[in-house]
Design a protein around this ligand. Structure first.
Ligand SMILES: O=C([O-])CC(=O)C(=O)O
Ligand SMILES: [Mg+2]
Length: 482
């Protein structure tokens, strides 16, 4: 709340504070505190920090967009609040997420604050507590679905294009699985869209896996990956890992997918399931006898890496981690669900139960852990490493579309920043303290790919893209008036 006030009162000072103290303040402005702020948003509400577009505005969204005082927008982060972190449907109290993500766009990626627009689309909520809450700030009705929902989103996308042109990046954030994949597929061919939960998370995890394999040995194709959770994050990562395996080994993506297994709420996803699987799961439904839970799936598949993104807290039990550790000398354990309460295990559990052998990363931050007199520093495998730099790369190149190759370039750009010293310390990411440097490098890789693919409209192409990215980054200094 104090930081929200500061952001309102003195934006430059807010960003100066955030940039200079990024490791300390990231967990406040962002995950995990932002999750709690969303849960309590109605009662801590001071001023609308972003733009609300509700079902009632159907037919005049363009007019609503024009009410926003800043006219030159480069990045929009939009949510409909249906899946806020792993906390479920928080309706229009999800606004904390676009606001927090865009604060990072500026602090970590250097996009000007005035060019950032947080938007929440309010189509109601299924959250009974919020519907009964007198302080709930949104529409008190059940969520619109189907045609009514998709028409509103269509009108929104058209209005954005009409008002800001085709070079504004629209980042979808924390939509429920069933809409996230559909919206991305629907708009990616003709609009400049990026889904952070699918593509941003995929890039950060792929980069972490590439770094982790420098300790474990072998290439991606030499290993097996087991995903607990087959939603946006899980299948997004799976697809990007498969793409990278196929590029490295010059094999088909179908063949690469054989290295990847998914576990969902019904157990291992296998070909013999007698239900209609969603297309994004069906690709991973390999031939195997049914396995009903995670522990048995670990025993059956014997993966190198276990990647959790189901939003089910404490699902990596002692037995699961001990089994991973009996299979692998250095088991890779990624507990990606947010916030901390939903994390599949804690850092301490991962290190203790693996007797200090786990390469551990988590979506939410954990403090370093002392085990047997040795200090272990957990990695924060959060898309915050990717989206600010990715967005900056899109902006500076004037890219008109986002492609998988650009997402892959971002992952490689991050992996390149991991030095042998980091690897020696067991780190799979560089520290957040140098995030602006990391973002500039990621942004250069993304921009380079956009230029190579003929998708960049900002011509001529700058010679040194890293330097150029750095020169474009917003820094919070007071102007001299003399
Ligand atoms: O916000 C975060 O910390 C990461 C993320 O996108 C999510 O959990 O949905
Ligand atoms: Mg998210």
């Amino acid at each position: 709340m104090a930081l929200m006030d500061l952001q309102e009162r003195n934006e430059r000072l807010f960003y100066k504070l955030l940039i200079d103290n990024v490791e300390e303040l990231l967990p406040v402005v962002y995950t995990p505190t932002v999750g709690e702020a969303c849960q309590k948003y109605g009662s801590i509400f001071r001023r609308p920090q972003g733009l609300y577009i509700s079902l009632k505005e159907k037919g005049r969204i363009l007019e609503v967009l024009r009410n926003w005082p800043e006219k030159s927008i480069q990045v929009i982060v939009v949510t409909d609040g249906e899946r806020i972190l792993g906390l479920g449907d928080l309706g229009c109290q999800g606004m904390g997420i676009p606001v927090g993500k865009l604060a990072l766009y500026t602090a970590l990626g250097g996009v000007r604050p005035s060019a950032c627009l947080p938007i929440t689309i309010d189509v109601g909520t299924t959250n009974e507590d919020l519907l009964k809450d007198e302080f709930y700030i949104g529409l008190k009705q059940r969520r619109a679905t189907g045609q009514e929902y998709y028409e509103l989103l269509d009108e929104f996308m058209t209005a954005v294009r009409q008002n800001y042109g085709q070079k504004v990046l629209v980042q979808f954030e924390d939509f429920a699985n069933h809409n996230a994949f559909t919206l991305l597929e629907k708009y990616r061919a003709n609009h400049l869209v990026f889904n952070d939960d699918i593509q941003g998370t995929a890039a950060v995890v792929l980069a972490g896996l590439i770094a982790a394999l420098k300790s474990v040995g072998g290439t991606l194709a030499d290993h097996k990956f087991l995903f607990f959770g087959a939603g946006e994050a899980g299948t997004g990562i799976a697809e990007l890992v498969a793409l990278e395996i196929s590029r490295q080994g010059k094999v088909s993506v179908e063949e690469a997918r054989q290295k990847i297994w998914l576990v969902d709420s019904k157990g291992l996803v296998v070909a013999s399931r007698n239900e209609i699987l969603q297309p994004f799961k069906k690709r991973y439904a390999h031939e195997h006898e049914p396995v009903k839970d995670l522990l048995d799936a670990v025993k059956a598949i014997r993966p190198t890496a276990l990647i959790g993104s189901a939003g089910v807290g404490r699902s990596f039990t002692k037995e699961v981690i001990e089994t991973m550790s009996s299979i692998n000398e250095r088991p890779i354990i990624l507990a990606l669900s947010n916030p901390t309460s939903q994390s599949e295990c804690t850092a301490e559990e991962a290190y203790t139960w693996s007797q200090g052998r786990a390469i551990f990363g988590s979506g939410s931050p954990f403090d370093p852990v002392k085990y047997n007199d040795k200090l272990f520093v957990p990695a924060q495998a959060n898309n915050a490493y990717i989206f600010p730099g990715f967005g900056l790369g899109v902006v500076i190149s004037g890219a008109v579309r986002v492609t998988d190759d650009m997402v892959l370039a971002a992952a490689e750009g991050l992996a390149d920043q991991v030095t042998p010293e980091h690897i020696d310390k067991g780190l799979i990411y560089p520290p957040f303290s140098i995030i602006r440097k990391i973002s500039a490098n990621i942004s250069a890789r993304v921009a380079a790919k956009a230029y190579d693919l003929g998708l960049a409209s900002q011509l001529p192409r700058p010679k040194d893209l890293v330097k150029y990215a750095e020169s474009c980054m917003y820094t919070p200094v007071y102007r001299s008036y003399r």
